[in-house]
Design a protein around this ligand. Structure first.
Ligand code: FAD
Ligand code: FMN
Length: 594
């Protein structure tokens, strides 16, 4: 039990009974008990209606989350804990666990949802999103709701799904409890404020349901290290996976998680807090003429400008909010015109960085504090874990492609990938956390066949899948589609895949190297060629996984799968699309694309 609790008011017999019961409960049952007790306690308040013991079945607040890579899920869990600590009777569900028909009966909903693809809902939010936008959507005159939208302001459709839910609920007659908040990649602070406001508002709206806090809330089980408190993981190994003469540089990296208590499953990603290149910081300081030692304040912390630029601020890419604020600061008419059309702005931003902005749109008399206040905080970069913890124990492996490109006579480098590739020395540490992704998991049964489509660094989670299936001796069949530019230099983890193929663990391997022949061949071509077998595997229950590039690869692969389902399954295009949608719903078609 928690050693920090005050002395127990229970007698020995009561304690023994409770200990015996609690030991038998699984986490879900414990959650339910927590809600039950909160409801029961509320009913004992003077004037409370005597219905509380059944309260867990009729929650005051329903937290509904739609999450692809786990951020909204984590926030939803946090909101739920906070609500319970306030004695609120709350339930927390992924949108795909929530029966649409219950929407009409639900009284208070907190929606926490991200946006993916090109302004699309996460897979788990697809159904509810479609339902509320469809003709069968019920009137929601009895519903009160609030929306927290997660997104990334560098995308054209920033926080679109959250906006969709917010607008649609209002159009259906529901009442906003508090205004929607659209969060960018450093969402923690804004999300916490939104939660605080929401819980205050819910407590006002349904005071009878809130029990007074009589005992300290038992802290939920969390690891010592997380996104807010990253673990300093020593770099154990870095190997260049791409051969001499390759047009790319992709690295296999091994980090130690020893004594961190961090655990992960195949399909999760590792979040990494990187540092900007000191040479870029120097160029920026030189250009602005600002004093590197000048003190600036970021989130109430004072530090020298040079540290702020290297550790805390985004320099290698620009986002629409930054450019819009810069427009006002610089008073540039040219920049104003560029910001007027969001689509054009997004295109203009690609391949431009802060130094471009400073060089082309100077601000007279710019001071250090103004500069830092106009920049986005440097968010962590995510990398798919390419190892199975069952196989490598307290290590975590990554597969990192260094982002380097030449534009307007300057070599530019992505901050996260080149920090990992070039600037972290062996035995140095990287601040990391696990970004759990429950939407990209091996099938529950080790017997289920899987089809893995992972060109480029998309291969990473599939190495983890195979390690896991190897160690656990799972008999399910495995098929990999891999593609890259050249066979000789870019076949990532070639030895391992060939070994697994030889052992029979990998039942089929289809590769596509786009620059080896006269015609460009990609994984989607191999998918179409293998259509008959692929369809057989799918009909036999295989799960299909896609990982890697979101812009070109994932839509092309999706098209190829539609073709296969349609031609081999003798379906119209529409039914083939529906077939894949159903596979997504039943978690048999899973994508982790970026
Ligand atoms: C869930 C998830 C898993 C991921 N897994 C992996 C993984 O396993 N391996 C991996 O390598 N990456 C992975 N990524 C991508 C990774 O998180 C980073 O986005 C990637 O490393 C680039 O980040 P960076 O900091 O190096 O570049 P940034 O500093 O973010 O720079 C990127 C910017 O550079 C510009 N740019 C890049 N290339 C060009 C070009 N050719 N021409 C012009 N401009 C260009 C663009 O403006 C772009 O926005 C994953 C992402 C997600 C969300
Ligand atoms: C492939 C991909 C596409 C994305 N597309 C958008 C987008 O169109 N608009 C947006 O605001 N955010 C977009 N994002 C950012 C996510 O919404 C953001 O990372 C969010 O925190 C993810 O929350 P989740 O982990 O709960 O899914 C995208 C992220 C990825 C990886």
């Amino acid at each position: 039990m928690n050693a920090s609790l005050p002395p127990s008011p229970l007698n020995d017999a009561q304690r023994q009974q409770i200990d015996a019961l609690v030991r038998e409960l699984n986490p879900q049952q414990l959650d339910w008990m927590q809600g039950y007790l909160a409801g029961y306690r509320a009913a004992l308040q003077p004037g409370a209606a005597p219905v509380a013991p059944s309260a867990p079945d009729s929650p005051v607040l329903t937290v509904l989350y739609g999450s692809q890579t786990g951020n909204c899920e984590t926030l939803a869990e946090r909101l739920t804990e906070l609500a319970r600590a306030k004695g609120l009777n709350v339930e927390c569900l992924s949108m795909d666990e929530f029966p649409n028909r219950l929407l009409k009966q639900t009284r208070q909903i907190a929606v926490i949802v991200s946006t993916h693809g090109e302004g699309d809902p996460p897979d788990t939010a697809m159904d509810l999103h479609e339902f509320v936008h469809g003709r069968r959507a019920p009137k929601l005159g009895e519903l009160q709701y609030a929306v927290l939208a997660l997104g990334d302001s560098s995308y054209e459709y920033f926080c679109k799904t959250g906006q969709d839910f917010d607008e649609r609920f209002a159009a259906l007659g529901a009442e906003r409890l508090i205004d929607r908040v659209d969060c960018d990649v450093d969402y923690e602070e804004a999300a916490n404020q939104w939660m605080e406001r929401l819980l205050e508002r819910v407590a006002q709206a349904s005071p009878a349901s809130v029990a007074q806090q009589t005992a300290p809330a038992v802290a939920a089980q969390t690891s010592a290290y997380d996104r807010k408190n990253p673990f300093s993981a020593p770099l154990l190994e870095r190997i260049n996976l791409t051969g001499r003469g390759s047009s790319k540089a992709v690295y296999h990296m091994e980090l130690s998680l020893e004594d961190s208590g961090l655990t992960y499953a195949p399909g999760d990603s590792l979040g990494v807090y990187a540092q900007n290149d000191a040479r870029l910081v120097e160029q920026l300081l030189e250009h602005t003429g600002l004093d590197p030692e000048q003190s600036v304040t970021i989130k109430d912390e004072a530090m020298p400008l040079t540290k702020a630029l290297q550790h805390h601020l985004e320099l290698t890419l620009l986002t629409p909010p930054t450019v819009k604020q810069w427009t006002e600061l610089s008073g540039s008419a040219e920049l104003k015109k560029i910001t007027e059309d969001r689509r054009e702005l997004i295109q203009w931003l690609y391949g431009r960085d802060l130094l471009d902005l400073l060089q082309n749109y100077p601000v007279a008399g710019l001071d250090a504090q103004t500069l830092v206040e106009h920049l986005r905080h440097l968010p962590p970069r995510l990398y798919s874990v390419s190892s199975s913890q069952t196989a490598v124990d307290e290590e975590v492996h990554l597969t990192v492609a260094a982002v380097r490109y030449e534009q307007r006579d300057r070599l530019r480098e992505g901050v996260g990938s080149t920090w990992l590739a070039d600037r972290v020395a062996l035995d140095d540490t990287a601040p990391v956390f696990i970004d759990t992704n429950k939407n990209f998991r091996l099938p529950e049964s080790g017997e289920t066949p899987i089809i893995m489509i992972g060109p480029g660094t998309g291969i990473a989670p599939f190495r983890a899948f195979m390690q896991e299936r190897e160690v656990l001796e799972q008999p399910g069949r495995n098929w990999l589609f891999f593609g890259d530019r050249n066979f000789r230099t870019d076949f990532l983890y070639q030895q391992e895949w060939l070994r697994w193929r030889k052992q029979g663990l990998l039942n089929r391997l289809d590769v596509a190297f786009s620059r080896d022949g006269a015609d460009k061949v990609y994984v989607q071509h191999r998918i179409r060629e293998a259509g008959a077998d692929l369809w057989r595997w799918i009909e036999e229950g295989a799960h299909v996984y896609v990982c890697g590039d979101a812009k070109a690869m994932a839509p092309d692969v999706h098209e190829a799968l539609i073709d296969v389902v349609s031609s081999q399954g003798h379906k119209s295009r529409e039914s083939a699309e529906q077939y894949l949608r159903d596979m997504t719903r039943s978690k048999r078609y899973l994508r982790d694309v970026y």
